[in-house]
Design a binder for this molecule. Structure first.
Ligand code: FES
Ligand code: MG
Length: 573
């Protein structure tokens, strides 16, 4: 018995010999496609987040040309299309506000068009989860290509890391250990090639997550953007997606529960960003996979960190690539991975990593002698965070992981900036800094402001870390004893909203607890006095706050959770 192959969805546009077929073919052909190209070959959509407003993705038009070359070589029909691009450093009030919007753009662009397979060109932080989420809700055969990290920053003979170096040097200027002139000079030394931040920030973390999930060719995450090996990987990915369409290798066969568990373990092993928690929960939600915040602690928190990269460690992504990259890390932890998880090259993960070499043991440590023990994301619970909060112990100060201190409360990020350097601010290094109204609804968009700068009078003492708690996120390039994603957030009336100056807060990461030492009666009294902050009343911001889920669920819009597949929509004319 022969099985009939499923008909490609692009045929619904290009096959018909009637008025509609005329319209679809005729208009497409003006970009230079002779009639014989509409013969049923797989149409590959190349989803591009190129934008001059997203400097980290500025080389994507060139990258797309290599993808097209590969698609053509394999007998496919490449069609590149733009989607909303999110530049982490430019977009206000925060790029995260628009992650879900961009994902809708991706989803509808794929489903509404004659596309059989998808290539995702992803780079700067939010472009990766946005494209993965949108594509997941369609579920077609899909392959990810990351833009790759920049070359290492070089400043006065030393390496400087994106983000991490900025946070560090700006505190040095405020603490009097660096001049303004040196600080300004560093500006031109940090971003010296195309590509994403070259620390293990959110962009590199998410690129590693895509690779760990099996959604890119092996090695994709770490190849520096200007290294020509990235162009060749793009070309090979272009060839491969055509085969994936022929094999009907859809996303659900790769993005399984096992794949997500692998990715959580890899996140710990690379010292990855806390932002991955939210993005991966949202991606799993789109796939219909049950993944919870607790899974992050259960599966990942006991994992060692093997990778000595900023912000948890010393080196940068260029070093990581030359040392062996993600495949070398996965080989080290292979006894903890689901090795039969299928990947986009059609092979199980175990095959891809079994011989992965490591060329530098100072950058990628062996599992038996890790860089840091038990370094994965820890999930805290307690009366201050009934639905959870997260901390990245590998980026925190060990002596602060168990700490009890007096709360100094800031009602908003503007309030913090206004009063931080006030000599009369009643604060010292034993205090706990609390920042409210920076969560999904409160900001809105859950900005990366959780790594609050320290008061200058504390910095002047040479102290560089304090316990900080908020409902915000922090940049993946940031560090410190910072409790994030407190859920429910202050703006929806979570307990964080009720904290007042002088309250005692007890953090115990070992016990996974975060406790506000205020009686239930007093909290109830404060709750009755609490008034919700104003919300946006129109436009996307209104849609967002009306529908965004809390951080512990991934901060997706409630009506976007799940997937609709990619059935061919009805004819447009
Ligand atoms: Fe784009 Fe860091 S700002 S990757
Ligand atoms: Mg960021």
């Amino acid at each position: 018995m022969t099985m009939e192959k499923p008909k490609r969805r692009s045929r619904a546009w290009f096959e018909k010999q009637d008025r509609d077929g005329f319209v679809h073919r005729s208009w497409t052909s003006k970009a230079g496609h002779p009639a014989d190209e509409f013969d049923g070959r797989p149409v590959i959509g190349i989803c591009n987040t190129w934008s001059e407003l997203t400097p980290c993705n500025s080389h994507f038009r060139e990258l797309a040309e290599f993808v097209k070359r590969g698609v053509l070589e394999a007998g496919g029909f490449p069609l590149e299309f733009p989607v909303m691009s999110l530049g982490e450093t430019q977009l206000r009030p925060t790029a995260m506000l628009f992650r879900n919007l961009a994902s809708m753009d991706v989803e509808e662009s794929i489903r509404g068009n004659p596309i059989d397979g998808v290539v995702l060109l992803m780079g700067c932080d939010k472009t990766t989860p946005a494209l993965m989420m949108g594509a997941a809700s369609c579920g077609l055969p899909t392959i990810g290509i990351s833009g790759g990290p920049m070359l290492n920053g070089k400043f006065r003979g030393k390496d400087i890391g994106s983000g991490t170096g900025v946070w560090m040097m700006s505190e040095m200027v405020r603490g009097g250990q660096m001049t303004q002139e040196e600080f300004t000079e560093a500006e031109g030394c940090m971003n010296r090639s195309s590509g994403t931040c070259m620390t293990m920030g959110t962009a590199s973390t998410m690129a590693s997550m895509v690779e760990a999930l099996g959604m890119s060719l092996p090695g994709n995450a770490a190849i520096p953007a200007p290294d020509t090996r990235r162009n060749r990987l793009a070309q090979l990915s272009g060839r491969r997606i055509v085969q994936m369409v022929e094999e009907d290798l859809t996303m659900d066969k790769i993005m399984t529960r096992e794949a997500f568990e692998n990715a959580i373990r890899v996140n710990a092993a690379i010292g990855g960003s806390t932002n991955a928690v939210i993005h991966m929960l949202a991606m799993a939600g789109r796939m219909g996979i049950e993944l919870t915040l607790e899974d992050w602690d259960r599966i990942g928190s006991q994992m060692p960190c093997l990778v000595n990269l900023q912000p948890s460690g010393h080196y940068l992504m260029e070093d990581f690539y030359y040392a062996g990259g993600v495949p070398a890390v996965m080989r080290e932890i292979q006894h903890l991975l689901h090795l039969d998880a299928l990947t986009v090259n059609g092979r199980p993960l175990g095959d891809n990593i079994k011989d992965a070499p490591c060329y530098n043991r100072d950058v990628i440590k062996p599992f038996a002698e890790p860089y840091k023990e038990a370094a994965g994301i820890a999930v805290l619970k307690g009366n201050l965070a009934p639905d959870g909060a997260v901390i990245k112990p590998s980026a925190a100060s060990p002596q602060l992981l168990k700490h009890r201190g007096r709360a100094v409360v800031f009602e908003s990020i503007e309030d913090l900036h206004e009063r931080l350097d006030d000599p009369n601010l009643d604060i010292d290094e034993t205090c706990v800094m609390v920042l409210k109204n920076c969560g999904p609804c409160g900001y809105p968009g859950m900005a990366e402001v959780g790594n609050m700068p320290l008061p200058s009078k504390v910095l002047m003492k040479g102290i560089s870390d304090m316990v900080r708690i908020s409902d915000a996120r922090m940049s993946g390039t940031a560090y410190g004893t910072v409790v994030l994603h407190t859920s429910p957030e202050a703006a929806v009336g979570g307990p964080l909203a009720l904290v007042r100056n002088g309250d005692m807060i007890a953090l115990d990461v070992g016990e996974r607890s975060l406790h506000l030492e205020v009686s239930e009666e007093e909290l109830a009294r404060r709750r009755a006095e609490w008034a919700a902050p104003e919300r946006p009343v129109r436009g996307y911001a209104k849609l967002y706050v009306d529908h965004v889920q809390q951080a512990h669920l991934g901060a997706d819009l409630d009506f976007l959770v799940g997937r609709s597949g990619a059935p061919v929509p009805r004819e447009s004319h």
